[in-house]
Design a protein around this ligand. Structure first.
Ligand code: APR
Length: 246
């Protein structure tokens, strides 16, 4: 008899899953982009014009990430994987909180703040130099190192891989994202037609795309609640009682 495969949960996360860990989201009125214009810190042009400012901005992001700890949502997802569910996480976040919680299959669509890369060759990744990246830190091709993050106007190197993962989902769980950024937001369209999709976000009622269920709760409450249902029954499903409460 063929061995039964564990149900595959694909989780797509955004800044909201790390909000309760103390990491700022982007588009809230007090979010990151309110104080730091995107064009000044997160585009290739910004890097050309004022690399020191860009490096300072990412130094601050790194400090915030280092002070943060995984919250109940990160931990619940890691615990589900430990219990034998196949869990793939695709995150837009540049923090390492999923990994620190214990999740093993994590794909970073927008890069990782705790790594560096070459300016001329995106395939050349490096551990972060001691004390952060400074002007004059060079890659093997002799060009300046930069944060290993994807800026506005740049390609998303892992997007194809992410689409393939989503296409294998039995259930798609989307957490804490305004779905405002492309191509990331288009990932949802790659889910199999029969795979349910649920969005956990305090703004879920306004944000959930057609065909997606919304659980209007913070990640630290909504995600552990779903995970408790799934582990209790050993299957992935969307409990109507829970979603009805939303
Ligand atoms: N739990 C869950 N969601 C939350 C919480 C919380 N405790 N607090 C806030 N949120 C939600 C907000 O309601 C919002 O929908 O998190 C979402 C954050 O949205 P954005 O700030 O737009 O962040 P995100 O969707 O991750 O942005 C995508 O944009 O600029 C970029 O590259 C950056 O990866 C980022 C991308």
């Amino acid at each position: 008899m063929a061995e039964q495969q564990a149900p595959h949960l694909v989780v797509f996360t955004g800044a909201g899953i790390s909000a309760e860990s103390g990491i700022q989201t982007f588009r809230a009125s007090d979010g990151l982009w309110a104080d730091h214009p995107i064009e000044a810190v997160a585009t290739p042009d910004a890097w050309r014009r004022d690399p020191e400012r860009v490096l300072r901005f990412y130094d601050q992001r790194r400090d915030q990430v280092r002070r943060a700890r995984p919250n109940a949502a990160h931990k619940a997802l890691a615990s589900l994987e430990k219990r034998g569910f196949a869990v793939s996480i695709i995150t837009q976040n540049i923090d390492d909180l999923h990994e620190r919680a214990g999740s093993r299959r994590v794909l970073h669509l927008h890069g990782e703040i705790l790594k560096a890369r070459s300016t001329v060759d995106a395939r050349l990744h490096y551990p972060l130099p001691r004390g952060g990246i400074r002007l004059g830190d060079l890659c093997d091709k002799g060009s300046q190192l930069r944060p290993d993050v994807v800026w506005f106007g740049e390609g998303v190197p892992h997007f194809g891989e992410a689409c393939d993962i989503v296409a294998e989902a039995d259930l798609l769980l989307v957490v804490g994202t305004s779905l405002a950024v492309m191509p990331a937001a288009a990932l949802l369209e790659h889910a199999p037609l029969d795979a349910p999709c649920v969005l956990v976000d305090p703004e879920a009622r306004a944000l959930a795309p057609p065909g997606t269920l919304g659980l209007a709760q913070p990640a630290g409450k909504g995600v552990p609640a779903l995970v408790r249902h799934w582990t209790r029954e050993g299957r992935l499903w969307l409990p109507e009682t829970l979603l009805g409460e939303a």
